[in-house]
Design a binder for this molecule. Sequence first.
Ligand code: NAD
Length: 382
Amino acid sequence: MNTFRLPTTVCFDQNALDKLCEYKNVNAVIFTDPFMVKSGVAQRIAEKLDGCNSVSIFGDVKPDPPIELVVQGLDFLLKANADIVVALGGGSSIDAAKAVLLMAKRSGKKQDIKLVAIPTTSGTGSEVTMFSVITDREAGVKYPLVHEDLQPDVAILDPELVRTAPASITADTGFDVITHALEAYISTAANDFSDALAEKALELAFEFLPLACKDGNNIEARDKMHKASCLAGMSFNIVSLGVNHGIAHALGAKFHIPHGRANAMLLPHVMRHNADLPAGFSASPDAYTTAAKKLAKIAGRIGIKTTNIKHSVNALCDHILALEHTCGIPATLAEAKVSKEDYLSQKSAIIKSALNDACTATNPRKMTSEGVEEILSHIAKY
Ligand code: NAD
């Protein structure tokens, strides 16, 4: 038996933030990052919570939240005696809040706390997932925690909050969406429900990401990317991801490359690797892997017209590379400011970490050290 459940209530379109006005006579804590505090957004959200007894702001979340931050956040949450936590920000703020809540519940110190996630990037889909990625800085490893209790109760999608994201963050996070949807689509656990969510996410992201990167004030593009991010999150929440994320987590932990950027750099190479195309030309679908056939289907859905699976997969990967170039994504580790010495000194640890990463388990092609090394060779060009 297979099951499928979406426990998060998603509020979207006009006045979605008004959901916050429904919380009365409770203590609220807002988990967010320094940008959201400085730009006044955290304060605006606090004002929407005016039915609450108290509202406090924990504004210290850093990108790739480390274990120490989660411990600090737990202390803050317990002192504020929070009944609801509002996670406001990118994946880092949402993931930090999720991990804090899980710790509070597990320690028995605070059981019944509601989590409201308000994403300000269109990327991680964390507002609807049971994932939280926490970094062990000392060990240089990013751990994806996976548990049903990590799923937010409510997600609020307001594209106005993403308007301030600069082009580089828009591009990084936008390719995170595309990576989530593609990895979910060819995951070994993929099913008709996850496929439907991934297909719509990809259709929206391929059309609207270039527009959002070009003009951050294009509110239609922001809105569609915000929805694409949420749909992709729902999809991978059901069927998990693949080796793209396994390697990206390792690169992020070792070299502090923003998560979406690391995913983007790897994506065309991982997709080609996973498609495992035959050397020669074959017109018969039987000559191709399931992953190749599904990637060819996506190529068709986004308007790439070819009659052969091999050509379609290659055209899709080339399309992704070209789009990344237009959006300013670095093509190599050198362009991402990782030196050859640093890369070589960490290479075997990266391969080991990628193979052990929880996301790699559902990759459609069985991964080996050689396979990860082959993928890395495309971005490790010095
Ligand atoms: P982020 O939360 O790390 O934020 C990156 C930067 O963008 C920060 O400096 C932040 O202040 C800034 N920022 C955010 N919103 C902004 C806005 N509207 N305007 C201007 N600046 C803004 O970035 P992210 O890519 O959203 O999250 C990455 C984290 O999420 C990583 O740790 C990654 O591993 C994790 N992740 C989690 C999941 C999940 O399901 N839980 C999925 C994918 C990634």
